[in-house]
Write a new protein. Structure first.
Length: 380
């Protein structure tokens, strides 16, 4: 017989086993990082170019002559090279070409005229395979059609990356950039969308943007404090950074400082990362559950497909269990140090081989009842 004193328990009843779990909250200690590890500069983003082109050289796996959206550009190409056709019917039997959608992603730090980027190709019509095809020269436009300008031109041999997916592929370095796409990181105070007495309309600023995983008032406060502590003296001012909302920190760029070296100093400032906000992130597609911060639960009972989960606070006392009998108790906190934690509940469900779908539904029900003290976020 095992004798264990439990203050906070989780009882999981399934098949012939009952698991009684006591957990403690683990206070996450702060860790050192760089400001640049958790932020990016406003304006630092990728841009997409798109286009629609014609692929030729397919071995009978194209769209076919009855697919007019492919035959029309083929007829236009022949006309361009002084070999016009009188009608689409003259192209009968043409099954070695296909119309495709094109997409190129420009790097987050911009590109210069003459640079090359990869082009992703997707069959648009009824083609069976793009294997061995070659894209005719095609202009690429900005994805916002209000910007009427050709930014790149794409062409080249298509490489199909998977035998199970023959209608998508890539042309490595297949697009040559025709126009500079430069990233602007600096803004004057009058251009900033924030009203604060500290912001000078004529001075230069950069904006540090936190991703959603790190966004919080605690984090932006730590970032602003770190930058002010390390760089205010070098700028000969009392304050160089201001947290304006949970995702954005404004940083002043002194006129006496080189922009590049100042941004480097800002990104290298040492940051004590505060404890992460309590979140439970569920990805149904991959069957993944991620728990961050100190995600706790209050007493509750949830029954799911014959499995009953009981989270309860019991009076201090003695619990007796026989691991070989129908009731088995597992103590994760025999010292009765803390509260019920989501991570420990998931660990307790493992020995029962509870399907991931049921674990997700249990967490959803607990959250719906207001007993899960964390944000429940669904992805995919």
């Amino acid at each position: 017989m095992n004798r264990m004193n439990l203050k906070h328990t989780v009882v999981v009843v399934g098949l012939l086993a009952t698991f009684c779990v006591s957990t403690r909250s683990v206070q996450a200690a702060g860790v050192n990082a760089r400001v640049g590890d958790v932020t990016k500069l406003k304006g630092q983003r990728t841009n997409k170019l798109i286009g629609m082109g014609l692929v030729t050289g397919l071995s009978g796996t194209g769209d076919g002559d009855d697919y007019l959206p492919s035959m029309r550009p083929l007829a236009a190409a022949l006309r361009r090279f002084a070999n016009p056709v009188a009608s689409i019917e003259e192209l009968g039997g043409s099954n070695n070409c296909a119309i495709v959608m094109l997409e190129a992603v420009l790097p987050e730090y911009g590109v210069r005229e003459g640079d090359s980027v990869d082009v992703h190709v997707t069959a648009f019509g009824s083609a069976k395979s793009l294997q061995g095809g070659r894209l005719l020269i095609t202009p690429l436009l900005y994805h916002d059609f209000s910007v009427q300008k050709v930014f790149a031109r794409a062409s080249g041999s298509i490489k199909v990356q998977s035998e199970s997916d023959l209608v998508t592929g890539i042309i490595e370095d297949g697009a040559t950039v025709e126009e500079d796409v430069l990233v602007r990181f600096l803004a004057t105070g009058r251009e900033l969308p924030y009203g604060a007495d500290w912001i000078n309309p004529n001075e230069r600023y950069i904006t540090l943007v936190l991703d959603d995983a790190h966004a919080s008032w605690a984090m932006v406060h730590e970032i602003a404090t770190s930058i002010n502590t390390e760089l205010a003296l070098a700028a000969d001012v009392e304050q160089v950074a201001l947290a304006v909302d949970p995702k954005n920190v404004i940083v002043h760029v002194p006129g006496t400082q080189s922009v590049a070296s100042w941004i480097q100093e800002v990104e290298n400032a040492v940051l004590l990362v505060p404890e992460t906000e309590a979140r439970v992130i569920v990805d149904r597609l991959s069957g993944t559950i991620v728990v961050t911060g100190n995600a706790k639960m209050s007493p509750v009972i949830v029954s799911q497909r014959g499995l009953t989960v009981t989270i309860a606070q019991t009076p201090e006392g003695e619990l007796v269990a026989d691991p070989s009998g129908p009731n088995s108790f597992v103590a994760l906190d025999p010292s009765r140090a803390g509260d019920v934690n989501v991570g420990d509940l998931l660990e307790a469900l493992k020995p029962l081989n509870v399907p991931i779908e049921d674990r997700i539904e249990i967490l959803a029900k607990v959250h719906q009842l207001g007993k899960l003290h964390a944000d429940l976020i669904y992805e995919n």
